[in-house]
Design a protein around this ligand. Structure first.
Ligand SMILES: [Zn+2]
Ligand SMILES: [Zn+2]
Length: 283
């Protein structure tokens, strides 16, 4: 076939991959695989194959000529039905791979959440009552309700009622009777966690949310030992814990705010003088 094309094309052949001419390599096989005209339509068979292989490493799309954009017709030899079947299997597996992994991950998360929910029910309601509740409930309710327990715990943790209380305090009760003379400047409510540690904060929130049932049960046993019902005791313990922690947190943040609002920035001369004084008294 290259011989026929050579007869139609009087101008000298020029490989657009390696830039060699017919004289450079008289024995080479030439192709004109696209709609391009003139001497630039020619390419060595081996050069084009090498070029196709490098392109195929980046993209699985049909490869086109970069100038005329005609797709190269590449024909593979027939390898028999077994190879065809194996290719279909291979492609299908590659295609469903990501979905399979995703499904597996979702499934694992679901069963973990379900187990966590069941453990929590038993923990909060007491062993006998918890087991009875799980056995008595409808399967649909169990399969949807138990995994919802950790989800609700985590969602509950995102309700930041402390911040609302603090904002309310700042709005209504905060009088700038602070050491600072600059009364016009109201600093923002500080966060006690340093910035740039978001992952750490998220893991702290997750831990807090998932450990909450255990903490509620423990607090209940500590503060309300006279309550006989497991569930009531856990609910009381949980509420007491949330309230106590909230009050402490509001107090802490409020104090941080007052500390922040009362800060002073020293003049450099004063700093130097203080250092000299300290050195002098130290010696
Ligand atoms: Zn070439
Ligand atoms: Zn072309």
């Amino acid at each position: 076939m290259p011989g026929n094309i050579m007869a139609l094309q009087p101008s000298e052949k020029h490989c657009w991959v390696c830039f060699a001419t017919e004289q450079d390599d008289p024995g080479a096989e030439w192709l004109s695989p696209c709609r391009c005209r003139g001497s630039t339509k020619w390419v060595h068979l081996t050069c084009l194959q090498y070029w196709l292989d490098t392109r195929l490493r980046v993209s699985q799309q049909p490869i086109r000529c970069q100038l005329c954009e005609v797709a190269y017709s590449v024909i593979f030899p027939q390898m028999g039905p077994l190879v065809d079947f194996l290719r279909v299997v291979d492609r299908t597996l590659t295609a469903i791979g990501p979905y399979g992994t995703l499904g597996l991950l979702v499934g694992t998360a679901y069963w973990t959440a379900l187990s966590y929910g069941a453990v929590t029910v038993v923990q909060v309601m007491g062993r006998a009552n918890g087991m009875m509740a799980i056995r008595g409930a409808r399967p649909v309710l169990l399969l949807s309700g138990l995994p919802a327990i950790p989800v609700l715990l985590i969602l509950g943790k995102t309700v930041r009622w402390n911040d609302c209380v603090l904002k309310l305090w700042q709005k209504c009760c905060y009088e700038p009777k602070l050491p600072s003379d600059n009364q016009q400047y109201l600093p923002p409510i500080p966060v006690d966690e340093p910035r740039g540690k978001r992952q750490f904060l998220t893991s702290r929130m997750l831990c807090g949310a998932l450990m909450f049932p255990s903490i509620a049960v423990l607090t209940g046993q500590l503060l309300f030992p006279s309550v006989t019902s497991h569930l009531q005791r856990a609910l009381l313990g949980g509420s007491a814990y949330v309230l106590l922690k909230g009050v402490l947190k509001v107090y802490f943040t409020k104090q941080l705010f007052i500390m922040h609002a009362g800060r002073r920035i020293l003049n450099y001369g004063d700093v130097q003088r203080a250092e000299r004084h300290r050195d002098g008294s130290g010696n």
